[in-house]
Design a protein around this ligand. Sequence first.
Ligand SMILES: [Zn+2]
Length: 137
Amino acid sequence: MNSLSRKLIALSTLGLVSACGSFPPTLVEQDIVRLEIEKTRPVWVSTTSVYREDDNTVVRGEARYPMGTHFGIFSGHIDIDLTLPNGEVYKEQNVRLTRKRIPKRSGRKASFVSRFPVDPPKGTVVHVGYHVGDHAG
Ligand SMILES: [Zn+2]
């Protein structure tokens, strides 16, 4: 067995574990944060979950892009911000999109992940969107 097929088996095992729901509920499921996903083209954010990991809040999700295009032509990135109920804002821009490597089933998906050093209080809003172009500075 070569190392690639080993990796694929490891990935599908992970998929099974998460499908069984053995992870703790996300912050959205616990009604602590609200997600706002921007509707964008040509790349759009399809799924996002927000959860606590160690001392961080992790925002992890998946973006999709149209059939018949190559991921390489998209120069955009994901921008995420967390707005706490007191108005404090945590931002991360230029979050990299990584194309998923299982060609046939996931060929039009890319994933992103971002970590924020904050424990969000109830009422926090997480805003996620795809952004074409760059940020000045
Ligand atoms: Zn941006």
